[in-house]
Write a protein that binds this ligand. Structure first.
Ligand SMILES: [Cu+2]
Length: 114
């Protein structure tokens, strides 16, 4: 009896803990003021084009198993990011920011800030 109750309680706790995590993942790619994610996957930026508001922080995360960088000349430059490595930049000025991977220059993306 006691063990069954304890098991039910355990499942309820796990379910409660999982809920906020899956909700956060669903919003991962949505444009949120202050925090936007770009994933690097299969030699491309996803999304490659983004519109964000001034003050937004964009975080790039490398999901490939080889290193990539994020470079916007005279604006920002990441170090080589290994798998699951990330780089963040906060856009404080309006404009169009074109960037690329310095290791694979055919990988390009752009962010419009306004
Ligand atoms: Cu690259």
């Amino acid at each position: 009896m006691t063990s069954i109750n304890r098991r039910d309680f355990g499942i309820a706790v796990v379910a409660t803990l999982l809920l906020p995590v899956s909700a956060a993942r669903a919003e991962d790619t949505a444009a949120r003021a202050g925090d936007v994610a770009v994933h690097i996957d299969n030699f491309s930026f996803d999304p490659a084009q983004l519109n964000v508001k001034v003050g937004t922080t964009v975080t790039w995360t490398n999901r490939d198993d080889i290193p990539h960088t994020v470079v916007c000349p005279a604006k920002f430059r990441s170090k080589a990011m290994d798998t699951d490595g990330s780089f963040s930049f906060t856009f404080t000025e309006a404009g169009e920011y074109k960037y690329f991977c310095s290791l694979h220059p055919h990988m390009t993306g752009s962010i419009k800030v306004g």
